[in-house]
Write a protein that binds this ligand. Structure first.
Ligand code: UTP
Length: 189
């Protein structure tokens, strides 16, 4: 594969939405912090970015989103308690999220929608290409979807969007796109 477009190194993760569809679970807890098996959902998203080589992560946050920042920061009190107990396995798990990536945060004052959230990343990304991963959208870690999107972008330039096919009866629950096949399409999902 010939690379004709600059390599992407930054990920932008909008996570400032109100999460109204999950109320009351999200009244005081950000939707992105809800646990999936043994980790908050947002950790899977940051791990997806990191495994695709994007270790500069900008998260768009807002009011009531402090737990997101805390989760990716060190927690010395907890770490020293686990050290004293000799619980190396849990200590490693606690440190994993703070060692993952270089995290940056910017606040979206009012949750004016996804497009506005992405716009809040402008001062951080400047003219560089970047990847957007939704803070509540989990991709199976065995699927290197983001890596493939980055490769398509490096080859063809422009913007690359991943879409998912849903049953017609469920279309009203999603944003949707009318798509046409082109001769340059390299993969489908
Ligand atoms: P959603 O469409 O799921 O919106 O946003 P939401 O506000 O979180 O949830 P509902 O509709 O009230 O239940 C998709 C992603 O975009 C972020 C969300 O945090 C989520 O990760 N988002 C949405 C923002 O960052 N800012 C916004 O203004 C809206």
């Amino acid at each position: 594969m010939t690379q004709s477009h600059p390599r992407i190194s930054k990920a932008v993760i909008p996570a400032a939405g109100l999460g109204t569809r999950f109320l009351p679970a999200t009244k005081a807890t950000p939707k992105e912090m809800l646990p999936v098996v043994d980790k908050p959902a947002i950790q899977y998203v940051v791990e997806e970015a990191v495994s695709a080589g994007l270790d500069d992560v900008l998260m768009i946050t807002g009011r009531n989103k402090r737990p997101l920042e805390d989760h990716f920061d060190r927690n010395y009190e907890l770490e020293s308690a686990l050290q004293k107990k000799g619980d190396a396995a849990r200590l490693e798990k606690v440190q994993q999220s703070s060692d993952l990536a270089t995290m940056h945060y910017v606040r979206q004052g009012d949750p004016k929608g996804l497009g506005h959230a992405v716009l809040c990343a402008a001062p951080h990304v400047g003219q560089e290409p970047f990847a957007v991963l939704l803070g509540d959208d989990l991709i199976d870690p065995r699927d290197p979807l983001l890596q493939r999107m980055i490769e398509v972008r490096e080859q063809h330039g422009g913007s690359v969007v991943a879409l998912m096919e849903v049953a017609p009866a469920q279309i009203h629950l999603y944003g949707c796109a009318a798509v046409e096949s082109t001769t340059t399409a390299t993969s489908s999902r």
